[in-house]
Design a protein around this ligand. Structure first.
Ligand SMILES: [Zn+2]
Ligand SMILES: [Zn+2]
Length: 195
């Protein structure tokens, strides 16, 4: 069969279908609405979904769908359409409120646990802090001096990344308390982890 023949055949079928569309659709509707059709469809679907080939194929499909970012875009578009309905918006609001309440309960439980832990180990912590201060007297003294004597200028950007605001003072040498770098918090953390 050449391409022209195929096109002609398709054109013929399309015309034939469009002429007799209503008759066909009527047959199909009748069959689906009859009890015979309903029972047969259900049985066929049950059998079909249990086939090992179909199960495997569906699993693979779901894996691919969940991993692709396209899935997210489809979902977002779907939600945008649905959000115009008032009923759906109401449902969403209730779902979010319930979630918030559950989160609050979890947070309160965590706070209680932390409070109990703190009160048990209050004295231990204070002793540990004092010991650390005594060992690192250099650090503490130079940090306090810098905090008193050096102000961070207004609108100063971080000296490493030049993007975020400078919030911290960083000492490279603790023996020179007035030599200080102005850094943002993330860069400061990185600088200390290097050494
Ligand atoms: Zn920075
Ligand atoms: Zn530092």
């Amino acid at each position: 069969m050449t391409i022209k023949d195929k096109e002609e055949r398709n054109y013929y079928y399309r015309n034939y279908y469009q002429k007799n569309k209503e008759r066909y659709l009527g047959y199909i509707k009748k069959y689906h609405n009859s009890e015979k059709g309903k029972i047969r469809e259900k049985e066929y679907l049950k059998e079909y979904m249990k086939r090992p080939e179909v199960v495997r194929r569906n699993k693979e499909r779901w894996k691919i769908r969940e991993s692709t970012p396209l899935r997210k875009i489809y979902r977002l578009n779907y939600m945008r359409k649905r959000r115009k309905d008032i009923k759906f918006r109401r449902k969403e609001y209730l779902y979010r409120r319930n979630k918030k309440d559950s989160n609050k309960n979890i947070l309160e439980k965590e706070r209680e646990l932390n409070r109990n832990y703190y009160q048990k180990n209050k004295i231990k912590k204070r002793v540990y802090k004092l010991k650390w201060k005594y060992k690192n007297m250099n650090k503490v003294k130079s940090e306090k001096l810098a905090q008193r004597l050096i102000k961070i200028p207004k609108g100063k950007l971080c000296e490493i990344c030049n993007i975020n605001k400078a919030v911290h003072r960083h000492h490279e040498d603790y023996s020179q308390p007035l030599h200080v770098m102005f850094l943002c918090s993330t860069c400061h953390g990185k600088q200390h982890r290097k050494i």
